[in-house]
Design a protein around this ligand. Structure first.
Ligand code: TK8
Length: 335
């Protein structure tokens, strides 16, 4: 008898906690901007976040997503987050090196060999190290999603060996390490925000750009680019950032549900991105791109050529950041 009464009290208590939890979500409409288009796997991740928010907050917290860079490029949106005028952005890490210099480690060419290594680094202590740096700069990183391994496209000539890079005018992200890598390869490299790239390629102001297959296809670069080289020269993470200023106005439950949604989003986004990668390559061929594989002999010539970029930038990135990543890479490589 005594026991049963205890159970009843316990159950009643649980219901109270559950219903007051619901009451603690305020009506919020969260602005979330993207440089990629909605048919990029980031769209799958954002949809997952929206479903979780709907289910867990009784529809009180909502995400309104903007696509295709219509609300500005990665850097511009990230600055809006720091100023507290926008809640969220999905951004590549690279354009943010002027804000958090340590992120430059991800821009070092050929850092990761595969997605497994990237996950081990981003989802472990190294990822937390960068999150702390971001937070100090006014940015809460909810999760690492995936942009992926980058490949060169251009409209000038097939690029299959080191010498072919010479003189091609290539757009790079607003990032010194990319700029240096592509200069070292002999291209005429120009930094530019992502939303300007399509029309710059179309008007032939530039010859080429580099991005993962999936981003190339969903941004329709194949319509204005003939040649695709399988270079896999760098892996770019996507950061799912929330304005720290606005984050601090949320209560702990609201913060927890957003973190949970971003992690669930990460799972479906990465899975969708990986499932699509090879399909996108095949589809880009069907749509008329000429694909040039880069032989392993040429790959190693390219690697040797850009090795100098590591030495040149290691001081500005900082030894701590490089060590944080390399420690995890060693573990992932079983060493
Ligand atoms: C989209 C960008 C893009 C990136 C770039 O906002 O700028 O080339 O790879 O995917 O983050």
């Amino acid at each position: 008898m005594f026991k049963r009464r205890n159970l009843v009290t316990l159950l009643a208590g649980t219901f109270l906690v559950a219903s007051s939890a619901m009451a603690q979500f305020s009506e919020r409409n969260i602005k979330f901007t993207n440089g990629v288009n909605e048919d990029h796997p980031v769209g799958v991740g954002v949809k997952k976040m929206q479903e979780i928010l709907a289910a867990k907050t009784g529809g009180k917290m909502k995400i309104t997503a903007f696509w295709g860079g219509m609300a500005g490029g990665d850097l511009q949106a990230t600055q809006a987050l720091r100023a507290g005028t926008q809640e969220m952005v999905c951004t590549s890490s690279s354009p943010l090196v002027g804000i958090v210099k340590e992120l430059g480690v991800f821009d070092l060419p050929f850092l990761f060999a595969n997605e497994k290594e990237a996950d081990a680094v981003l989802d472990g202590p190294a990822g937390k190290y960068f999150n702390a740096k971001l937070e100090a700069a006014g940015l809460v990183n909810l999760a690492y999603w995936e942009n992926g391994f980058r490949n060169l496209t251009n409209s000038k000539r097939p690029v299959a060996k080191l010498e072919d890079f010479e003189g091609v005018k290539v757009r790079v992200m607003q990032n010194n390490i990319f700029l240096d890598t592509f200069k070292t390869l002999g291209t005429n490299a120009v930094p530019m925000a992502f939303p300007e790239v399509f029309s710059a390629l179309e008007s032939r102001a530039i010859d080429g750009q580099e991005n993962p297959f999936v981003t190339i296809e969903t941004s329709k670069f194949n319509e204005v680019q003939k040649y695709l080289s399988v270079t896999r020269h760098a892996y770019t993470p996507f950061l799912i950032l929330y304005s720290k200023k606005l984050w601090d106005q949320l209560n702990p439950q609201e913060q927890a549900v957003l973190r949970e949604a971003a992690i669930e989003g990460q799972k479906v986004q990465r899975a969708a991105n990986r499932a699509l990668n090879e399909k996108s390559l095949a589809s880009l061929k069907t749509k008329g791109m000429q694909v040039n594989e880069v032989s392993s002999a040429e790959q190693s010539r390219i690697r040797t050529k850009v090795a100098a970029v590591y030495d040149k930038h290691k001081d500005s990135i900082g030894a701590d950041a490089i060590k944080a990543v390399q420690d995890e890479l060693k573990k992932a490589r079983g060493g």
